[in-house]
Design a protein around this ligand. Structure first.
Ligand code: ADP
Length: 257
């Protein structure tokens, strides 16, 4: 399981890099293609027409490369039926040995039968990131709580600027009684490389958010300085039909960018 997590972590970094790069590259290449097309209009000047063809062909090849970069990243993802109980069991196994004595680990599954569409390993990685952050936020001990429960949204619901459609969700909650986050930290939480830790990567939460969004889910955060933080992940039990291909192919775009 550990090797698999490392693989996912590597993949996550690559996917984020590919997502970010292809976004920027696309923005550069599209005007280039347009410029090539306009040059092609000058058919009576063979030099300009040749330049136009060159610019257009290079632009097209560039876009194809961007596309294959995305397909590469998407290739490694799978959709499956994720069981909340299995997810939480695997998590507590992974956490064994990483939880200091002064921290009480409290794990709860509301409904042992709760399951939903998604990718087990990605979500495991996501929960692990959140738990490790929580542990680091409690240097002098406290309570780390992980809860999996059913949640029904009766009407569309806005969480952290993301809209969740009404329906049945699996809610995965990770909360701690640590130092919490001041507003300056909360605002920058999902910025790549933003960290307040010595030796931190600043990629953990960005990766979590990407995983949640690629499940058509939303993430909510409550944090009170001096009291603790609580992350709620809402993952739809059945993925919205329009977005199903994303799950199969993956979504490597950097959200909020
Ligand atoms: P890293 O853990 O490498 O710093 P993350 O993206 O996971 O990167 O987290 C970014 C920052 O968010 C952390 O440096 C920390 O300041 C803050 N943070 C994340 N989780 C918590 C938490 N549970 N309690 C307090 N602060 C947190």
């Amino acid at each position: 399981a550990e090797a698999e997590l490392i693989r996912v972590q590597r993949f996550e970094s690559l996917a984020m890099l590919a997502g970010g790069l292809s976004h920027d590259l696309r923005n550069l290449l599209q005007p280039l293609l347009l410029a090539g097309d306009s040059l092609l209009d000058y058919q009576d000047d063979p030099r300009l027409a040749r330049l136009g063809a060159l610019v257009r062909d290079c632009g097209r090849r560039g876009l194809e490369m961007v596309q294959s970069m995305l397909s590469f990243a998407r290739g490694a993802r799978r959709a499956e039926q994720v069981r909340a109980q299995a997810l939480v069991d695997a998590l507590s196994l992974l956490l064994q040995g990483s939880v200091p004595r002064a921290i009480r680990l409290d794990i709860e599954v509301d409904d042992g039968e709760l399951s939903f569409e998604g990718n087990h390993t990605e979500l495991q990685q996501c929960l692990l990131n959140l738990c490790l952050n929580a542990i680091q936020a409690m240097p002098s001990g406290g309570v780390l709580r992980v809860v999996a429960s059913k949640a029904r949204l009766e009407q569309s619901f806005f969480l952290e600027q993301e809209e969740a459609q009404p329906g049945d969700y699996a809610r995965l909650t990770v909360s701690d009684t640590g130092h919490g986050m001041p507003e300056e930290v909360r605002k920058r939480l999902f910025e790549p490389f933003f960290t307040t830790k010595e030796g931190g990567t600043g990629l953990g939460l960005l990766s979590c958010r990407r995983i949640v969004y690629s499940h058509s889910g939303v993430m909510r955060l409550d944090s009170i300085p001096g009291e603790g933080s609580c992350f709620d992940l809402y993952i739809p039990v059945v993925r919205p039909v329009a977005e199903t291909p994303d799950m199969v192919e993956g979504d490597t775009t950097l959200h909020g960018n």
